[in-house]
Design a protein around this ligand. Structure first.
Ligand code: TEU
Ligand code: CA
Length: 554
C-alpha cells in the first residue's frame, strides 16, 4: 500500500488574519493567502492548515463560528475560497480546515433559537442546566477565569461555555448535532478540502452527571483542576470513528471534491498529555489520523528532554498510527522565543537545531507561519491586546496569545508587506531586519535553512518513512539514524543543543547531506564525530559491507 500523503507531508499552519491582507483593511484574508501560494510552493510545504475563516463575531478570533458553511466577509467569499483551493491544488498543495465543533458562537442561529425557549427544536443541541442561582459544578471557562455556566434568563437555565460565554457548547450526545457536523464536513470535502484539524476534539463530550472536577496542583493550563469530567470522556472515540467513516466514504458533492480515503483528520486534544493525544488514533488506528502531542512543545531546551518526549510518543502510538511533531501554533508563544538564549546568534542557531529536529524526526512536521523566518514574541502594549485570554490575564507574566499572531513579515517596506497601514495587531518591532524577502536567497538565513530541510526531506525517503533508532552521543547531542531498509538508505542526524562542543558516533563512513557548519558532499570518517556548538549535521551513511541486525522499529 502506498503511504498516505499526510505521512509524507510538511504542514504549514496559517492564521489567516495575519498572513497577508489583500485589500488593506488591516486584516489578512483568503485572497492574501492565494497571493502567497507561490511563496509556499517555493518553500516546499505540502499542506496548509488554515485557522477558522468562517463568519464569526470574532470574540475568539474565528474560534466562535456563526456559520460553518461560509466565509466571513472580512476574509472574502466562498468564491475566494474556491480560487484559493484551485490555486493550491495546481501547485500540489493540500488544504486542511479548522473545524470548531465543540462549541459555536452565541450568535450562531442554532444557539439563538436554542436559547429562546426550552421547546425550540435546537434547544437540545446545546448543554443546559436548571439555573438555581449558582453553577451546578466547579467547571471553569478558561478564558474568563470564572464559572463555565452562564445564565440564560429566557429559559431559566444556564448553558456551558468552557472558553468564553460567547462559545456555548454543543451536546454531542444528540445524534442531530452529529449529523449536522458530518454534513458540514461533507460540504467542505465537496469543495476540495483535504481534511480537518479538529479544535479541542477531546472535549466534545462531558460527564452526563455533571460532576465537579477534583483538585489538582497544576495551575497552568489546568486552573487547579483535574479535568476528569468536563472533557476527555471515553465516548468521544465513537465520534472519532464516525468522522473517520465520513472522511473515508463520503463522496464529494461539489465541483472539485477531495477523494474519500485521501482526507486527513487531525485532532487537537484539550489537555497536555501524550497518552490522551495517542488515544485519539483509536486502538486499531481507525479514528483520527493524527493528534497533536503538546507534551513535545512543553519541553525545555535539552536534547534529553526532546528524546524522552519523542520516545514516549512513539511508544504510545497504536500499530498503524503515524506520529507528528510541532513546536509552535497560534496558542503558544513561538518556540524561537521560548528557546531564546542571551545572545541573538545562539537563539538563531537554536532555531536551526529546532527546525532540523522537526524536519528529520519520524513523524509529520507542522510548521507555524513565520517560524521559517524566525518571527519571535514580544510584550504588546495593553491597548494593542486583542486576544480575550491576553486581555483577561494582563498584566501577568504570561504574554497572552496576540504575540504569536502578529502580521507576517514579508519585506522591509513600511508595513512589512503585510498589506495594511494599520494591521489588526502591531508588527513585531524586529520586522525591518527579519523578513522573508531579506532572508530569501541569503544562504545562511533561517528561511533558506527551512527550505533546504524541506527539500531534503522530500528527496530522501528515509527521512520520511524510515525507521528511527537513537544512536550514541554526548549528553547535549540528540543523535539518531533514519533507515529505509527497502531502499538500503541510512541517514545519521546529529543535533547539538549546547553552545559547546559535542560528540556523536558515526556507524559508517558518511557524506554530508546538509549541515550548519559543513558543506554538502563532504566525506566523514566512521567513528567519533566531533560537533561544534549548536551544530546540525545530517549525513548519508555508506551502505554497510555486511548485513547489520535490523534496527529497532519505532
Ligand atoms: O485551543 C484549545 C485550548 O484551550 C488551548 O490551546 C488554549 O488556547 C491554551 O491552552 C491557552 O493557554 C483551541 C484553539 O486552538 C484556540 O485558539 C481557541 O481559542 C480554543 O480552542 C477555543 O476554540
Ligand atoms: Ca483584508
Amino acid at each position: 500500500m502506498p503511504r498516505p500523503w499526510w505521512e509524507d507531508a510538511v504542514f504549514y499552519q496559517i492564521y489567516p488574519r495575519s498572513f497577508r491582507d489583500s485589500n488593506g483593511d488591516g486584516i489578512g484574508d483568503l485572497a492574501g493567502i492565494t497571493e502567497k501560494l507561490d511563496y509556499l510552493a517555493w518553500l516546499g510545504v505540502d499542506a496548509l492548515w488554515i485557522s477558522p475563516f468562517f463568519p464569526s463575531p470574532m470574540k475568539d478570533f474565528g474560534y466562535d463560528v456563526a456559520d460553518y458553511r461560509g466565509v466571513d466577509p472580512m476574509f472574502g467569499s466562498l468564491d475566494d475560497f474556491e480560487r484559493l483551493a484551485a490555486g493550491a491544488k495546481a501547485r500540489g498543495i493540500r488544504i486542511v480546515l479548522d473545524l470548531v465543533a465543540n462549541h459555536s458562537s452565541d450568535q450562531h442561529p442554532w444557539f439563538v433559537e436554542a436559547r429562546s425557549s426550552r421547546l425550540s427544536p435546537k434547544h437540545s443541541w446545546y448543554l443546559w442546566t436548571q439555573d438555581t442561582g449558582k453553577p451546578p459544578n466547579n467547571w471553569k471557562a478558561i478564558f474568563e477565569l470564572g464559572s463555565a455556566w452562564f445564565p440564560n434568563p429566557a429559559t431559566g437555565e444556564r448553558y456551558l461555555g468552557t472558553f468564553t460565554r460567547w462559545q456555548p457548547e454543543f451536546d454531542w450526545r444528540n445524534p442531530e448535532v452529529r449529523r449536522a457536523f458530518y454534513d458540514i464536513m461533507r460540504f467542505w470535502y465537496g469543495l476540495g478540502v483535504d481534511g480537518f484539524r479538529l479544535d479541542v476534539a477531546t472535549a466534545y463530550l462531558k460527564d452526563a452527571r455533571l460532576r465537579s472536577n477534583p483538585f489538582s496542583w497544576r495551575a497552568n493550563p489546568d486552573f487547579f483542576q483535574k479535568h476528569l469530567y468536563d472533557r476527555n470522556q471515553p465516548g468521544v472515540h465513537e465520534i472519532f470513528a464516525e468522522m473517520r467513516k465520513v472522511a473515508d466514504e463520503a463522496p464529494g458533492v461539489g465541483r472539485r471534491p477531495s477523494l474519500p480515503g485521501e482526507r486527513v483528520l487531525i485532532g487537537e486534544t484539550h489537555g497536555q498529555d501524550a497518552e490522551l493525544a495517542a488515544s485519539c488514533h483509536g486502538k486499531r488506528a481507525d479514528e483520527l489520523h493524527m493528534a497533536f502531542n503538546f507534551d513535545f512543545l512543553n519541553q525545555r531546551w535539552k536534547a534529553k528532554a526532546f528524546k524522552t518526549s519523542a520516545e514516549r510518543w512513539y511508544s504510545l502510538m497504536p500499530i498503524g498510527a503515524w506520529p507528528n511533531f510541532t513546536l509552535s501554533n497560534h496558542d503558544r508563544p513561538r518556540h524561537i522565543w521560548r528557546y531564546r538564549a542571551r545572545d541573538p546568534e545562539t537563539t538563531e542557531s537554536r532555531a536551526k537545531v529546532a527546525a532540523a529536529m522537526l524536519l528529520t524526526l519520524r513523524g509529520t512536521p507542522f510548521l507555524y507561519y513565520g517560524e521559517e523566518i524566525g518571527m519571535g514574541c514580544f510584550r504588546l502594549p495593553r491597548k494593542a491586546l486583542r486576544d480575550p485570554l491576553g486581555v483577561k490575564t494582563w498584566p501577568l507574566g504570561y504574554l497572552g496569545r496576540d504575540s504569536e499572531r502578529t502580521p507576517m513579515q514579508w519585506d522591509s517596506t513600511p508595513g512589512a508587506g503585510f498589506g495594511s497601514e494599520e494591521p489588526w495587531l502591531p508588527l513585531n518591532p524586529d520586522w525591518r531586519e527579519r523578513s522573508a524577502s531579506a532572508q530569501r536567497g541569503r544562504s545562511s538565513s533561517l528561511l533558506e535553512w527551512y527550505r533546504a530541510l524541506i527539500a531534503l526531506r522530500r528527496a530522501v525517503p528515509a527521512l520520511r518513512g524510515g525507521s528511527l533508532r537513537w544512536t550514541p552521543a554526548s549528553r547535549d547531542v540528540l543523535a539518531f539514524e533514519r533507515a529505509d531498509e527497502a531502499a538500503g538508505e541510512r541517514v545519521a542526524v546529529f543535533l547539538n543543543f549546547a553552545s559547546r562542543a559535542g560528540h556523536a558516533a558515526l556507524a559508517e563512513e558518511a557524506a554530508v547531506l546538509l549541515g550548519s557548519a559543513r558543506k554538502e558532499g563532504r566525506a566523514l570518517a566512521a567513528g567519533d564525530c566531533a560537533l561544534g556548538p549548536n551544530e546540525v549535521l545530517i549525513a548519508r551513511l555508506k551502505p554497510p559491507l555486511k548485513p547489520r541486525p535490523e534496527p529497532r522499529q519505532l
